[in-house]
Design a protein around this ligand. Sequence first.
Ligand code: NAD
Length: 364
Amino acid sequence: MKGARYFPPASVRAIDRYLATLEHEELYVRRGRRSGLFCVVAVHSTVRGPSLGGCRMWAYDDARAGVRDALRLSRAMTFKSAVAGLPLGGGKGVVMLPPDGPLDDARRRDALLDFGDAVAQLDGRYVTAEDVGTSAEAMEVIAQVTSHVSGLAVQRGGSGDPSPFTALGVLAGVEATLEQAHGSADVAGRRIAVVGLGHVGLRLAELLAERGAQLVVADIREERRTDAERLGATWMAPEDALTAEVDLLAPCALGGVLDHELVPRLRTRAIAGAANNQLADESIADLLHARGVLWAPDFVVNAGGITNIAVELRPEGYDAGVAVVEVGRIGETLRTVFASAAGGDVTPLTAAMELARRRLVVGP
Ligand code: NAD
């Protein structure tokens, strides 16, 4: 850790709906010499350690939108890692794709190498990872020009697919949320709705089924219905699952799911899931609180993947057993958040942000 101080503005209340502030340490933009595409790296904070965040390959309407994405997403990463207590800061990479369709294989490879050059220039102050539009295969290409890459295959000493670890972290979050809302962390016999049976949601549903939960599951992809049968779960349309009468709802699909239209129709007292940016806007945290619904902040609950990467970045190297233990701490973090929210009569969102801020002040 550096002996620096970081003072986020008092107005910051959510990590997912902020403007692209200008409080970052570095913003690096360069046109790739191979692909001709803009590569952007935003380093928001290195107060807790090297800034970490995924590389997003996306076709933006204009260059400002790409830069803005890097600025705001890097800031989100600072808070996510801080609240999890990880020795990492917040960063984000963007490769701006051309508007005229996907890249062919050769140009995609060139773009990734160009992005790798940009990462190398930052000399370890930014470490890249997978994000929308990139994958483990993309990380392999980037690794040809810089060592500041995470998420490589386990055979290459990397931490591999983060999703199973994200799911384990969500399980720890579900248990802590059940305990706070219903008095017991035991999932056996609890009615739980998992909405979104993708990489994380399906694994979470399996973990919950193994522990005796009564599952309601949903996905927009009909083919996931066979998984419901395998797990002994009740299959529902997503809209019905979101408003089912359950002990806990686990949103594991896309963001923005909790809005002014859905919240009044909820028939659950607890929400904890993997999806990023679950709140349509931050006033929803107050609405949930007012209606007596306990919402576990998404950026606390879904930190299992980044926690796994933090284990990969240790000097002693990756160890899956250590990762499992570290990811389990998400439950403790959430209990701390719930306790300070209850003590101060604030929402869990406010309490989580306050915890992150405290962890970002380093020094004398
Ligand atoms: P995924 O793409 O593998 O799965 C998403 C699933 O949701 C898909 O099966 C999709 O069909 C389904 N879906 C989409 N729209 C839906 C809707 N309206 N109703 C119901 N289902 C719908 O993604 P994932 O990796 O499992 O991630 C899920 C969420 O968790 C995302 O919000 C992601 O940002 C977040 N997250 C994932 C990780 C990780 O390690 N993969 C880490 C942190 C956060």
